[in-house]
Ligand binder design. Sequence first.
Ligand code: NAP
Length: 492
Amino acid sequence: MQVYKNFIGGEFVESKGSKRILNTNPADTRDILGEVILSTKEEAAAAVDAASNAFKSWKRMPAPKRGAIVAKAAQLIGERRQEIARTLTREEGKLLSEALGEIQRAINISEFCAAHGRRLNGEVIPLELADNVGYTMKEPVGVAALITPWNFPAAIPIWKMAPALVAGNTVVFKPASLTPATAELLMQCFVDAGLPAGVLNMIIGSGGEVGNTFVDHPDVRLVSFTGSTDIGLGIYKRAASRGIRAQCEMGGKNPVIICDDADLDLAVAGVYSGAFGSSGQRCTATSRVVIQHGVADAFLERLLAKVHTMKIGNPLDADTDMGPSVDASQLKTVMDYIEIGKNQGAELLVGGDKPTSAETAHGFFVNPTIFDKVRTDMRIHNEEIFGPVLSIVRVESFDEALDAANSCEFGLTSSVYTRDLSRAFRYIHEIETGITHVNSPTLGGEAQMPFGGLKNTGVGPREQGTEVFDFYTETKAVYIDYTGSKREGKLY
Ligand code: NAP
């Protein structure tokens, strides 16, 4: 059986840890992909040492050359996309088509960041002093610790690694323990692209051991985390106590507002893919629909018709519409929230149980579930479920819809369906999310656009776009005096 290896100082090495867990296919637990050894704190510290030792020479390499290595890695990820996508689907459970889409996103982000190596410029700033030059430079910060979740095991590591490396930082990376196989394939692409030893290191292990060792290590100067809110806020506090920079992207509870003038065909298609794509396990998944009474019944009739035809099963099969939850614990969370929804008085329209086909007998499957007549004080409206469970909140007015959409502590993404331009603009200004859409699903994002949330979803600067380079660089202000004068009494 394959045993996943750490990558330290340019070598793949087996962990000496004593705890082992199996990497199983969530669609069929009889399919074992490999074995994970949970690494020790000492191994995590050794990875930081390797990254620290590699920093000086990596920083000296010109940014366009660093970008060229990242571009080469992107090319290799593209050439190996089928193998990476099949592995990702087997260990995480999303559809093969979704895995291929995720890999394309990773490639786009790498290419965008690689090209930014040629634009990592500061600016020349006019000074009050005559015959003096003032300008700024962008410099790397040091060792960056990247801690990532299982739900986008290719795209999220890459959207952190690519800007970190192009900016000249060295990296220690902790993938989610549930998705080590995808992480190992990505590492191999960077090795084969010619990344110097020590610049990128990976330790597979638990958050408590490896993650915290990274965050607490005196040589780590940056932490970029994506995952749940509780863990992220804990990491943010730990990083703040050391005075280092941190960026934490966390949970979501993304709403779609459907107005009484909406194109209902568009709205049904957007909510269907948003709520049930990737089994509801996207950070950008649609988990709440806030809809005006006048169109609620017609919308639900069309949505339910689509949901009733869904095929739940093996995510590697092209005709499957939805795969499993990622593991037993995530499935239990989903089932628990379904009970909470019922107990708090929401009306179950469809789902709420597990499928019974032979194909789903050995996996962590749950049927797509819709609750109607959800109130904004209910737990299923306010807490992240991370499964294919959609809440419908009926409202009278557009103002009430905005209040309901904003009444939640999370703020990653959102959408509105309306044909009224003034409503659309009011919505854009008043919705409390870091990303928003008009007449399209809550999903997705392009490499050149910033990505991140408000409220309890995000702390620290945005990821992606050009803004991410502000996180991964320090600005140095340079003054050059070519007068030869002592400027006595005139220093400022
Ligand atoms: P998680 O349990 O918070 O884990 C995320 C990462 O943190 C994993 O690598 C995990 O390691 C590690 N970790 C766990 N405990 C830690 C600790 N005490 N110290 C340091 N690291 C620790 O999240 P998840 O279940 O993997 O992912 C799902 C969550 O991610 C959802 O809440 C989702 O909304 C969020 N998410 C947010 C975004 C966004 O951009 N806002 C994007 C994607 C996902 P182990 O795997 O070993 O536990």
